[in-house]
Write a protein of this length. Structure first.
Length: 143
């Protein structure tokens, strides 16, 4: 009888361990996946924080460079906007991103349908001193 009792206990223990292993195995796999997801999210957050810091440095530098008021005698001519955009080698949409407007607005300025408001005109004046490399760099930072 002791032999049968020990065989049954052993068999029950083995089945219980197998069942526990099956149920905890899924949990372990999920825990490992969650840990790797968390690590990936931490890397992404670190990268985004680094990019944000860079953009903030560039933006504050750019804002400091932009004139608060328009210089005396500043004039607007649609052909100058088009010439400036072509000099930088940008599309109307890309040029608009630098100024803070849409590409359609830039096109409307170039055709003479509309005139830029004072803050936009100040941004255009500030952009006159920008070179092609710097303009492309700013665009990449905005993406």
């Amino acid at each position: 009888m002791a032999n049968l009792n020990s065989v049954l206990n052993e068999r029950i223990s083995r089945l219980a361990r197998k069942e526990i292993r099956n149920q905890t195995g899924t949990t372990k796999k999920l825990a490992v996946r969650h840990r790797s997801d968390i690590a990936a999210m931490r890397r992404t957050i670190h990268d985004l924080e680094r990019r944000l810091a860079l953009i903030e440095r560039i933006t504050t530098k750019h804002v400091e460079q932009m004139p608060r008021e328009l210089p005396q005698g500043t004039r607007f001519a649609p052909r100058n906007v088009k010439a400036q955009r072509r000099r930088l080698g940008l599309s109307a949409r890309e040029f608009g991103k630098l100024v803070g407007v849409t590409g359609l607005t830039v096109y409307s300025w170039e055709t003479g349908k509309f005139r830029p408001r004072a803050p936009q005109l100040a941004a255009l004046v500030a952009l006159r001193k920008t070179g092609k490399r710097e303009a492309i760099k700013r665009l990449e930072m905005q993406r």
